[in-house]
Design a protein around this ligand. Structure first.
Ligand code: EPU
Length: 436
């Protein structure tokens, strides 16, 4: 298990290219299980979660090939990586086994596409994870409404479609915590090949749903209303492979905005879509961070004084849970008391204890954290837990006095492409210590 050693205190300055979205790439790769011919995906980041999805698609009879970076014929825009070609070679496989699913919950995204295209699926039941219970009941309920029969067998979800084809209908997909992002994508994928029309009421509106719907429509699907809570899907008989560029990673972009703010730096962010970050920009503006856009480049610069704020995580277009920990690291140095409430994953506060080890003064009260700003953080040995909590520790380490050692950085490698290289290029003193 690798570690990061960060010597804090350097102002970050310069230009950084934001990668394609991990959370868009994963369900989109799974959606390729439904298309005949070859699909070419551009901007898919190089991350361990992507490697897991490649392995899973391989086990499900797909051939996945990564081109070299800057492959001329395919290079029509920003990309740190070569495009990914996905084509199906064997449609008899339908088992997503535990050894892959346990490493990546997004494996559940293959359920809808497999049922729609192959009429059956066996997906190991994802367990809980560090950020909470994370049930998949809404995925199951939605697919049941389209005609799937489910049973649980030896820890696996076993789904079969009597007659081989799902049937469209009107259904409600909201849960106690609001809409489900991957659940919406799973049902939308399944509905794309179902017989007749499906209306998903209470659909998630996240840009990742929009991106997957755009891909499916290019493939021949008939989906309307994506980006709104009511999705209309007219089922078609088949889908065909296409070329598609993945949207920029809004969470990585927000993380770098906060990196500029916390280090009192100035960053130029390339390949971002500020329209996906309106709530984030709103909160950062309140804190005093200056964010502006000029000719497709985003500029983020810190204010000397960090104002305390209140923030509640919400489904899109609200403030994303995936940036809650990073904002907390910033507010730990705010000039007063901030209040952060987590409405999506009420237990997602593993970073609180670690930030406090660095001198933070944060108290958790149920799903709320009360953050009393301090003048400085100090370097310490801390443990990366979930992906975004780990990003918060990196941000804290960049500004802390002395050296911060972050263990178990494989969590960060799941979701931030080349993070230490990107930060080093901006002036950070960060090195990866490889496990011997
Ligand atoms: N929920 C249910 N039942 C379900 C599904 C979800 O009760 O069947 C609940 C969840 O427990 C949660 C809420 O609904 O309280 C929303 O969860 P959602 O289903 O939207 O989460 P997800 O689709 O599994 C994706 C991202 C997460 C991100 C959430 C929320 C991917 C691969 N994952 O998960 O990303 O936090 O949406 O925006 O897209 C991350 O990147 O660090 C990460 C955890």
């Amino acid at each position: 298990m690798d570690s990061f050693l960060i010597r804090g205190g350097n102002r970050l300055k310069g230009r950084v290219e934001i990668s394609g979205s991990k959370n868009s790439s994963l369900p989109i790769m799974a959606a390729c299980l439904m298309a005949g011919g070859k699909t070419t995906l551009k901007g898919v980041p190089r991350l361990s979660d992507i490697d897991s999805m490649i392995k899973l698609l391989g086990a499900l009879g797909c051939d996945v090939y990564r081109h070299d970076a800057n492959t001329p014929a395919l290079d029509d825009g920003p990309s740190l990586n070569g495009p990914l070609d996905i084509s199906i070679t064997d449609e008899t496989k339908s088992v997503a086994a535990y050894d892959i699913v346990k490493t990546m919950r997004a494996s559940i995204c293959v359920l809808g596409p497999l049922l729609a295209k192959r009429g059956q699926a066996v997906v190991s039941m994802p367990g809980g994870c560090l950020i909470g219970d994370r049930p998949v009941d809404l995925h199951i309920r939605g697919l049941q409404k389209l005609g799937t029969e489910f049973r649980v067998e030896k820890g696996n979800i076993v789904g079969t479609v009597p007659g081989g084809r799902l049937k469209g209908r009107r259904l409600y997909l909201g849960g106690a915590q609001g809409p489900t992002v991957l659940g919406t994508i799973n049902i939308m994928c399944a509905a794309a090949l179902a017989e007749g029309e499906t209306v998903i009421v209470g659909a998630a509106c996240e840009p990742e749903v929009w991106d997957c719907a755009t891909l499916l429509n290019k493939m021949g699907a008939k989906i309307k209303g994506f980006g709104t809570p009511e999705l209309h899907v007219e089922g078609v008989d088949n889908l065909t492979g296409v070329e598609h560029r993945i949207i920029p990673d809004r969470i990585e972009c927000g993380t770098f905005m906060i990196a500029a703010a916390i280090t009192n730096g100035e960053l130029e962010l390339k390949n971002c879509n500020l329209d996906h970050l309106v709530a984030v920009v709103d909160r950062l503006d309140e804190v005093g961070v200056r964010i502006s856009r000029e000719n497709g480049t985003i500029f983020a610069a810190s204010a000397r004084r960090l104002n305390p704020v209140e923030m509640t995580t919400q489904p899109y277009p609200g403030f994303p849970t995936d940036l809650q920990a990073q904002l907390m690291a910033l507010l730990a140095l705010g000039d007063g008391i901030s209040v952060i409430t987590e409405r999506i994953f009420p237990d997602r506060f593993l970073h609180v204890g670690e930030l406090n080890r660095m001198g933070g003064r944060i108290r958790k009260d149920g799903a709320t954290a009360i953050v009393q700003g301090v003048k400085e953080l100090q370097g310490a040995s801390v443990m990366a837990s979930d992906l975004r909590a780990s990003a918060a520790l990196v941000l804290a380490g960049l500004v802390a006095k002395g050296t911060t050692q972050i263990d178990r950085v494989y969590h960060i490698d799941r979701g931030y492409e080349k993070i230490e290289q990107k930060l080093r290029a901006l002036g950070a003193d960060i090195v990866r210590v490889k496990e011997k």
